[in-house]
Design a protein around this ligand. Structure first.
Ligand code: ZN
Ligand code: MN
Length: 128
């Protein structure tokens, strides 16, 4: 693993904020001032292929990156875009249930809850 890739991985693992490539570029540049955004992108793709990290992509949203490679669920605020881990276990029975109903060979699943985060709820309450 190159030094650049190791620094990118360390910075991603140091946060639970699920940064975008731009966010991460800002953090990584403090340690590697000459790195380019393209290099950060490329290394994030490679780290995803290696199974070291996850790319979280949802239609219409900027890609976000997660230093936790094992499956877990997320909550996304539709107002501010905040993305956090959902405090619940992965439900393996979901895959079995689908497998029993279809010919589809289920290899995994991703689950994202959408809603309004507590901070945005508080702001909405103030406006009312
Ligand atoms: Zn919010
Ligand atoms: Mn996560």
């Amino acid at each position: 693993m190159t030094r650049q890739r190791r620094v990118i991985l360390e910075e991603l693992r140091a946060t639970n904020q699920h940064p975008s490539a731009d966010d991460l570029y800002g953090r990584v540049r403090e340690k590697l001032p000459r790195i380019s955004l393209g290099t950060v992108y490329r290394n994030l793709e490679i780290l995803t292929e290696l199974g070291e990290i996850q790319t979280i992509a949802l239609a219409g949203n900027l890609k976000r990156f997660d230093g936790v490679a094992r499956n877990h669920y997320h909550m996304r605020c539709l107002n501010c875009g905040n993305l956090v881990d959902a405090p619940m276990e992965v439900i393996d029975s979901l895959e079995r249930a689908l497998q029993e109903k279809t010919e589809f060979r289920v290899l995994g699943h991703h689950l994202e809850f959408t809603g309004v985060c507590p901070a945005c709820q508080a702001l909405q309450d103030e406006k009312e």
